[in-house]
Ligand binder design. Sequence first.
Ligand code: FEO
Length: 169
Amino acid sequence: MISEKMEKAFNEQINKELFSEYLYLSMQAYFERMNLTGFTNWMTVQVQEEHAHAMGMYTYLNERGGKVELMAIDKPQTDWASPLDVFKHVLEHEQFVTSCINKLMDVAEEEKDRAALSFLDWYLKEQVEEENNVGGVLAKLELIGDDKHALLLLDKDLATRTFVAPVIG
Ligand code: FEO
């Protein structure tokens, strides 16, 4: 059985992962409007990843005898100034999520919930990968600047990203 405090913290994080899914879906729509199919694909994969992150916690909470309580999802931003602006936002958001996972682990430590700590280790590693991945695209966009030809080459590159369902925990 999971503690009430831990249950609440997991439910809040499920909401944040679902908001991430929603935010990236909004970014996906932005890239679709721009006809940048590779960037759109990158976001589609990101949306799927966030859904998997939320469901990983949903399943875990159920397994531990906790109650999943879904909350309202905030309205995400719908417009950005440029692809560079989008990826700056993505990096900022992922850094925020990393801090949330760290706080969730702090709660698990306070509650002496070693099982939850071990489970959350996967999320911590995932955040390192996410920030690195996003930082890579952001660095390329900064190099590209106003070069539209280079932007289209990056778009082609991002079209190759595929979703691999993660094995969480
Ligand atoms: Fe679920 Fe991108 O963090």
